[in-house]
Design a protein around this ligand. Structure first.
Ligand code: AMP
Length: 510
């Protein structure tokens, strides 16, 4: 019997799971035990998601076969590996992590051969922490909460199990909607996910399409009507497509919510609820977020059933240590001149990403920079999709090495080799600060972040200092004073001069 064949006798298949999981009779629905391997604490959490499965055709979702090498890992080895790679797990019966691609155990002869081949072709050496722990969890068919950021390899952490899942389902019939649905907050992230999906799904002949607003519907409608196994979508456009009957979610058995925190920030909760309500309740749901605020947790409790939870990195807000962080205390009207001086110092053709608060500010500063001869373009939510795509490609190709952006570009954007991030305006939260500067220093590279900090930002001083200190960065006396509640120094006093320069810059800046 092949690994695949063994699925039919799996204990967590549809019928068994109903009685197995405490669903129904005595314990109500979805009571589950939560455990943290690193903390050894156990508590019971109730999942309010009710499974009403009457009339639904069973489907397969547990494909995991632990390899002998993984099975041999002692509890202590598992613990050490998780500690060393900053993996925290919660949930009942958590599988051991897989340290190498060889041991993931993708089922089926074709998949066992194809997926690692794609991985080798991509030049990946080992699973990232979220993949090492997330793959066995997701392959088991259980719901999963993943707290991991863009850049952690999370897209493949949910896409490869999605490919396995699709391969095990009956093929699509005319009129069928997708089997896998990935919801993402922005068009940019959706396109990035699609690229990964195309790269790794191609050899399994799995079709995908990306459904997002701001572009003509025609080609997307045609893709949907031809039949695609994987749909990656932003919520609004997908609802459009459903309302006009271009697709349906009846076949969705694998649902991914990517960057749930961002989706909630952007006000997508009603749309997400509407979409999820159309999907069968015994689906497998993978819920991803970079942060874990109350609202994100509340939604998870409603959508997930007996989930695993895996957290990558420390649960405290931390900046990537490969990024040098400089903070300059300025007044609002000094910002532009300071920006130009900074650009004069650091500009060496490398990519520079500048964050602004507003679309208007973004446009104004970009216009001014261009008038002053700087190769800058801007990206924000009011731009047409064609323009955003073009700006991003000019930036990625290095033809326009300066890009100004609102927070739309902060999360999710996977542009390699951004050398500098400049916070022209301080963001609305420290989490956004960490995410913004995290657009540099990716994939082992060094990066530098410069931040203008004004009196209006004083309430963030204390937390910003903690982030700087944790990352081993210098805190200027002026910022330290603001952290103690002192007013900002008189105008013109600040500067990045006493905190060194960006990696690779030979000139000084003041
Ligand atoms: P993500 O967090 O999904 O946005 O991934 C960030 C980048 O890491 C993408 O360009 C991926 O192709 C890449 N990546 C994914 N998995 C691995 C891996 N195991 N090793 C190295 N790079 C990876």
């Amino acid at each position: 019997m092949s690994r695949y064949d063994s699925r039919s006798g799996d204990p967590s298949s549809y019928r068994d799971r109903r009685s197995d999981s405490g669903f129904g009779a005595s314990t109500g629905y979805g009571g589950s035990v939560r455990s943290s391997s690193s903390r050894n604490s156990y508590e019971v959490v109730e999942s309010p998601r009710k499974l009403d499965l009457d009339g639904l055709t069973p489907f397969e979702k547990n494909f995991y076969v632990e390899s002998p090498a993984v099975a041999e890992m002692s509890d202590r080895e598992v613990e050490e590996y998780r500690l060393q790679r900053e993996i925290t797990v919660e949930g009942l019966d958590v599988p051991k992590p897989v340290k190498s691609f060889r041991d993931v155990g993708f089922p089926g002869k074709t998949l066992a051969y194809l997926l690692p081949k794609e991985i080798t072709k991509a030049g990946f050496v080992e699973p990232t922490p979220i993949q090492a722990q997330g793959w066995p969890m997701a392959l088991r068919g259980r719901d999963l909460i993943g707290i991991a950021e863009t850049g952690s390899g999370k897209t493949l952490a949910y896409l490869l199990p999605a490919i396995v899942h699709v391969n095990a389902q009956p093929i699509l019939s005319p009129g069928d909607g997708p089997i896998v649905l990935v919801l993402a907050p922005t068009r940019e992230l959706a396109v990035q996910i699609q690229n990964e999906c195309t790269k790794f799904g191609a050899s399994s002949k799995i079709k995908n399409t990306c459904i997002y607003g701001g572009v003509p519907k025609g080609p997307q409608v045609r893709d949907l009507q031809k039949g695609v196994e994987i749909v990656i979508a932003t919520p609004g456009r997908l609802i459009d497509m459903l309302d006009s009957h271009h697709t349906n979610l009846r076949r969705v058995t694998y649902l991914v919510l990517d960057e749930a925190d961002r989706m909630l920030d952007m006000g997508f909760e009603p749309q997400i609820r509407k979409l999820v309500s159309q999907i069968r309740p015994d689906r497998q749901t993978l819920y991803w977020s970079a942060t874990w605020p109350k609202e994100v947790e509340q939604l998870a409790r409603q959508f997930l059933y007996n989930p695993y939870k895996v957290i990558i990195g420390s649960q405290d807000l931390k900046a990537n240590h490969a990024i040098r962080q400089h903070v300059d205390i300025v007044s609002e009207n000094q910002k532009y001149n300071k920006l130009v001086k900074l650009l004069e110092d650091i500009m060496d053709g490398s990519r520079i990403l500048i964050f602004m608060d507003t679309k208007k500010g973004c446009d104004q500063i970009t216009r001014q920079l261009r008038m002053d001869g700087w190769p800058a373009l801007s990206i924000h939510g009011d731009k047409s999709q064609a323009e955003r795509d073009w700006v991003l490609s000019e930036f990625k190709a290095g033809k326009s090495p300066i890009m100004t952006a609102t927070d739309v570009a902060a999360r999710g954007l996977d542009v390699k080799d951004v050398k500098y991030v400049i916070n022209y305006d301080f963001p609305g939260s420290l989490e956004d600060y960490v995410h913004r500067i995290g657009r540099t220093g990716r994939a082992g590279a060094k990066g530098t972040a410069y931040t203008f900090f004004t009196a209006a930002n004083a309430r963030f001083a204390k937390e910003l200092i903690s982030i700087l200190e944790e990352a081993g960065q210098k805190v200027s006396p002026d910022l330290a004073a603001m952290g103690r509640g002192a007013p900002p120094p008189p105008s013109g006093h600040g500067g990045f001069r006493d905190r060194g320069r960006g990696h690779g810059s030979g000139r000084s800046w003041n």
